[in-house]
Design a protein around this ligand. Structure first.
Ligand SMILES: C[S@@+](CC[C@H](N)C(=O)[O-])C[C@H]1O[C@@H](n2cnc3c(N)ncnc32)[C@H](O)[C@@H]1O
Length: 254
């Protein structure tokens, strides 16, 4: 299974319900400045979009996971938010609107690992932007010190109803020089001490800019300009702080 499923959605919500203030403030700054419609692809359960919409902004969302979107849709309906929510991959999305701002949070873009799909996704984002529109997103950045070999970990959380969600991650067969890490994640739902459901997720991450700056040229090839990098939410770039998320801001060529 390649898409985030039902138990994974539960885990995501229970484990990471609130966005850190600095991360939210960073994206709020772009949202406040946007001179037109706003789109958040890979929106998940709306961790970022919901607090932004609480402040009165309208944010359309796209995601490939029906389960993540079902949770997000439910909350939007409860709060009576008038937003467009689309189920699609980035590479395939065909939306009726053109946007002044497209933003992707939390390194989610690194979940796209295939070079062709990365290119098609960037080209498609460009197509969905108004001329001069802003695209800001995060990726995992390659660092030689990354440990990309055998690895195994787990965690569990309890829902307010007393259900337990157990997550086990196995990451293996990695080439030390690879820029992609493949993991298999097993989610288990436990009720009253009994296993009631299990789900697997193939989870891979691409670490960008291996061997130098390749992203800038890729973005320019797909119609972006004025590419700026940050590696902290205070909009600074520290070259010694490699190996963390890289935040990229660029504009669609006019
Ligand atoms: C780790 S979650 C993060 C969600 C959100 N960005 C956040 O910070 O809360 C990643 C999301 O990206 C979605 N996703 C993964 N690959 C995608 C693709 N190619 N196109 C659209 N959505 C995708 C997943 O379904 C999932 O909801």
């Amino acid at each position: 299974m390649k898409h985030y499923g039902k138990i994974c959605t539960m885990m995501y919500d229970l484990d990471k319900p609130v966005v850190p203030d600095m991360d939210l403030a960073f994206f709020l700054n772009y949202v406040e400045k946007a001179k037109g419609p706003i789109l958040q692809p890979m929106i998940g359960t709306g961790r970022f979009a919901l607090p932004l919409m609480e402040k009165g902004f309208k944010i359309d969302g796209v995601d490939v996971s029906a389960d993540m979107l079902a949770k997000y849709r439910r909350v939007c309906e409860e709060r009576d938010y008038d937003v467009n929510i689309y189920e699609s991959s980035l590479a395939e999305m065909k939306l009726p609107e053109r946007y002044a701002l497209v933003f992707i949070t939390s390194g989610s873009f690194s979940l796209i690992i295939d070079d062709d799909e990365i290119s098609r996704s960037l080209a498609n984002i460009n197509q969905h932007l108004l001329p001069g529109g802003t695209f800001v997103f995060e990726v995992s950045e390659y660092h030689d010190a990354h440990q990309l070999d055998h690895h195994w970990n787990g965690k569990w959380v309890k829902s307010p109803d007393g259900e337990i969600v157990l997550q086990s991650v196995v990451q293996n067969d990695q080439d030390q020089n690879s820029d992609i890490v493949h993991s298999l994640v097993r989610y288990e739902l436990i009720k009253d001490g009994k296993l009631v459901d299990t789900e697997f997720l193939e989870f891979s991450l691409k670490f960008h800019n291996k061997g130098g700056d390749t992203l800038k040229a890729l973005l320019e090839k797909h119609g972006f300009e004025d590419v700026v990098y940050y590696n902290a939410y205070d909009k600074t770039y520290d070259p010694d702080r490699r190996g963390f998320n890289l935040i990229i801001e660029c504009q669609k060529k006019k």
